[in-house]
Design a protein around this ligand. Structure first.
Ligand code: UDP
Length: 421
């Protein structure tokens, strides 16, 4: 029977284990190889909603080649977009409800969700695997119906700490039946889930991904001049993240104005490409910021991805800046912070909990609580290149030891083995 509801994601990327083992401390490396050899001959199937776009697809695109390189047979399937808008409309409501939005799902919609989930499950049953890894709530029910005797893991990539109860009540019995439930952050775990099943996998960046490319600053500045019109010779401060109120770009502009009293030739770049198909909130935030920034020739905003190579521009901005700031007041983790730290940037972060997990104030970056404090740290660092270097080197070490993909792969291997034991 041809697959209708699921499609296999074909990955052209191949990884050699030597490419990433070099990033691992000796003990971690030994442990990784041991866990991998214990899984030889076992098959893992990962399922998620969409094959491209979004953080989950990005994780799987890196994870699967790593697992394969370690001899763990792994495949990735996603829902065929042809399954229909109706299904995705319902699952989008479920997704929002799990993050706390009050949504209405009527009986007809629940029935449709169940019916399509049964069909997805029938196709899942035909996939040969020892462990079934379900990512995203879209497949929660299908994963529940499928492979009744197999080990199943639910990866919740979202914050379920304050769910919309009427929807949660329907789904929580299903979630509880999974063998393990994985979150990226302890704060995201809903209190009604059984603690013994819950695991936390801290996010990580893939050092082999083009996103993490290290480029000499001079080259990156030339790129920004060519593709963004940013002069090369002035001190450059950058925040690289979506235009979102919780990322607080307005606060960055406020502190930049203070910095300009000491460094009148400083430049600020805010990169937040609007790559989501439909994100009206980002547009509103961007418009407000653009209105404020229009008074200054030294502030450069990048929002519309048209005509830009978003990946390359983002990477170049991370490499080009003299100082990277991430002024978030709310942040689950903040991969942009990790990415900049990996590029040896001295990052000045806002007080959000995700940023505090990565930056230890004064050791590998700074944490600030106000625009004035941010300005003070920017001025301090602009005048002290050696201090910038010290913090940047320490930041790189922090990422290497804690937030790099091989560590996440080890988390996965240990989990699969614990399921199979
Ligand atoms: N990003 C990008 N271009 C941009 C802004 C962000 O490629 O203009 C990427 C960034 O490199 C990171 C991700 O989007 O990998 C954002 O992840 P993060 O955890 O920092 O924040 P989120 O947007 O998920 O809240």
């Amino acid at each position: 029977m041809p697959r209708i509801y699921l499609k296999k994601v074909i990955l052209s990327k191949q990884v050699r284990r030597a490419d990433f083992l070099r990033f691992m401390p000796a003990r971690q490396k030994k442990e990784l190889l041991k866990q991998a050899s214990g899984l030889r001959g076992k098959r893992v199937a990962h399922i998620n909603a969409v094959a491209d776009g979004g953080g989950v697809a990005e994780i799987l695109a890196s994870l699967i080649p790593y697992l394969r390189s370690l001899g763990v047979e792994s495949d990735w399937y996603s829902i065929n977009p042809d399954v229909g808008e109706k299904f995705f409309k319902i699952t989008n409501k479920i997704h929002n409800a799990l993050q706390g939005a009050p949504v209405k799902i009527n009986n007809r919609e629940w029935a449709d969700y169940k019916q399509v989930s049964r069909r997805i499950a029938a196709e899942l049953d035909k996939i040969d695997c020892d462990v079934l890894a379900v990512n995203d709530p879209q497949i929660l029910l299908a994963g529940h119906y499928a492979h009744l005797n197999k080990h199943k893991i639910y990866f919740s990539h979202i914050d379920t700490s304050s769910v919309f109860k009427p929807v949660w009540k329907k789904l929580v019995p299903v979630i509880k039946l999974y063998h393990r439930i994985v979150f990226s952050n302890r704060d995201f775990v809903n209190g009604s889930l059984p603690g013994r099943k819950v695991k936390i996998f801290t996010p990580a960046i893939d050092p082999l991904s083009p996103k993490q490319k290290i480029v000499p600053q001079k080259e990156a500045r030339l790129y920004l001049k060519k593709h963004g019109g940013i002069p090369t010779r002035c001190p450059l401060i950058a925040q690289i993240s979506r235009f979102d109120i919780w990322k607080n770009p307005a606060g960055v502009i406020q502190s930049f104005r203070i910095v300009q009293n000491t460094y009148p030739n400083a430049q600020l770049v805010l990169v937040g490409f609007n790559t989501a198909k439909d994100n009206p909130t980002a547009r509103v935030v961007y418009k407000d910021i653009a209105a404020v920034a229009s008074k200054s020739r030294d502030i450069f905003l990048f929002f519309d991805p048209k005509g830009k190579d978003v990946l390359e521009f983002t990477v170049m901005a991370q490499n080009a800046a003299d100082i990277v700031v991430q002024n978030s007041t709310k942040e689950g983790f903040g991969l942009v912070v990790t990415e900049a730290m990996w590029k040896r940037q001295a990052v000045i972060g806002g007080p959000a909990s995700g940023i505090r997990k990565q930056i230890r104030n004064g050791k590998n970056g700074f944490i600030v609580k106000s625009p004035e404090e941010m300005a003070q740290k920017i001025i301090f660092l602009l005048s002290r290149p050696t201090e910038r270097k010290r913090l940047g080197n320490s930041a790189k070490k922090t990422v290497l030891e804690n937030f790099l993909f091989p560590r996440l792969v080890l988390d996965h291997l240990k989990l699969y083995r614990s399921c199979l034991k």
